[in-house]
Design a protein around this ligand. Structure first.
Ligand SMILES: Cc1ncc(COP(=O)(O)O)c(C=O)c1O
Length: 419
């Protein structure tokens, strides 16, 4: 094959014609379009809705005012005036960014204050904040075990835990969801491999079903094996426990028993950022080892200040958590009285089970027409016959708004043939 000049006159190189044709016709990222089109054909693609304004109990989505039933903003703190004021003040005093990762020049007084306040709120010796909950799990879990160790994980743990576990070389064991007897069996199996260390890891509140991990049972099962215990309390924080202090408080446990109480400021705290609370030794180790902490910029001052203000609010204004639980009870009872199956819910995450995916989609679409935003959870996020609408209760919804939502559920539930 004769060489052909494919460069401009200044670049006098030559390459074979077949290669040149390939360069000109090849679309290196075309496979993404193909994959995306496949998702669209199967109706598995995310249809992103636009929130036009703050996340509030009545919010504007795609130009329509709706009652919000699918936000993790459990206490409606994301638009809280005191927190907004704190964020604005922090911008005035500290600027909009920290300019560095925490370990180099990005640890501001405000970051340290947040960690002290959070540790105190959680009844722990110390805490460490990360850029997000996801990066906490992804950056910390891999530093806790080596190939000589074992990780024992609930089968329904969150994807960020699964990714964190994937980054380890430890031997992996999985126990049946929330099943302490099975955990005991798996711990005994793991012992047979003579691991140097064992780490038991579970979500605190499971985000699909809204059920609570039996953390007291997990502690009882793990203690005789000398295992470390790690709980991801993303959905239990500011929701469970005394004044929203989380799952360790809920079960009257301590951080000598639950060694890593991980959480996020992105849900009930209404802001952004991950964290872990426990012993000072744990925090000293984590901040020297976690790559997602060492190699990623620190929070803008406004974020840290808003998180501190959220802790102030939780410590002084009891009604947010109280209202949340009252709303939760009212809504669950309302759905159940109409004949909806609310699954295993024990928390403000309240599924309305539909079985088939098509029914979940039809129910969600019908609710949206009635002015309710409640999204369907369908296969492959859950098993094919376990589709549902996942409602997230929040403290700011009034009884009147809950009645409107329940009336819409009754109307559309009958139309779709669920109740
Ligand atoms: C159980 C659980 N862990 C961790 C995360 C990640 O938290 P963040 O939003 O702060 O990254 C989530 C968020 O979806 C979650 O549900």
């Amino acid at each position: 094959m004769a060489p052909v000049c494919v460069y401009g006159p200044k670049l006098r190189g030559t390459i074979p014609l077949t290669f040149a044709v390939k360069i000109m016709t090849r679309d290196p990222t075309g496979w993404m379009r193909d994959e995306y089109n496949k998702l669209v054909e199967q109706n598995f693609d995310w249809k992103i809705r636009e929130l036009q304004g703050p996340s509030t109990p009545i919010a504007k989505i795609d130009g329509k005012e709706v009652i919000m039933l699918c936000s993790n903003n459990y206490l409606n703190l994301s638009n809280n005036p005191k927190m907004k004021e704190a964020a604005l003040e922090a911008i005035k005093s500290h600027g909009v960014g920290s300019g560095s990762v925490r370990a180099i020049a990005g640890t501001m007084d405000i970051h340290l204050e947040l960690e002290r306040r959070l540790a105190n709120f959680k009844g722990a010796e110390a805490s460490l904040t990360y850029s997000a909950g996801f990066t906490t799990n992804e950056g910390l879990i891999p530093q806790l075990v080596t190939k000589e160790d074992a990780i024992i994980s609930d089968e329904l743990n969150h994807g960020s835990i699964i990714d964190g576990v994937r980054l380890t070389k430890a031997k992996r064991f999985v126990y049946k969801h929330n099943n302490v007897a099975d955990l005991e069996r798996v711990l005994a199996d793991a012992e047979k491999e003579n691991p140097k260390k064992m780490l038991v890891i579970t979500d605190g509140v499971f985000s699909m079903d809204g059920d609570i991990a039996p953390l007291d049972g997990v502690v009882k099962a793990a203690e005789p094996h000398g295992a470390m215990i790690y709980v991801d309390d993303a959905h239990g924080e500011a929701v469970l426990g005394k004044g929203g202090r989380g799952i360790v408080s809920h079960f009257n446990l301590t951080h000598k028993q639950v060694h890593f109480e991980m959480g996020t400021f992105s849900k009930a705290f209404g802001v952004m950022g991950g964290h872990v609370a426990g012993s000072r030794d744990m925090v000293n180790y984590a901040l020297n080892k976690s790559r997602s902490w060492l190699l990623s910029g620190s929070h803008p001052p406004a974020t840290a200040a808003a998180c501190i203000a959220a802790i102030d609010i939780l410590e002084t204004e009891e009604h947010h958590v109280k209202n949340l639980w009252e709303n939760r009870e009212y809504f669950v009872k309302g759905l159940q009285q109409m004949g909806f199956d609310t699954g295993f819910s024990q928390t403000p995450i309240i599924p309305a089970m539909t079985g088939e995916s098509s029914k979940a989609v039809a129910l969600s679409d019908g609710l949206f027409k009635e002015g309710i935003l409640a999204l369907p959870i369908v296969f492959p996020m859950v098993a094919r016959d376990k589709a549902r609408i996942r409602n997230m209760m929040t403290s700011g919804l009034s009884m009147e708004q809950l009645d409107i939502a329940l009336a819409a559920y009754e109307k559309v539930g009958k139309q779709v043939g669920i109740i």
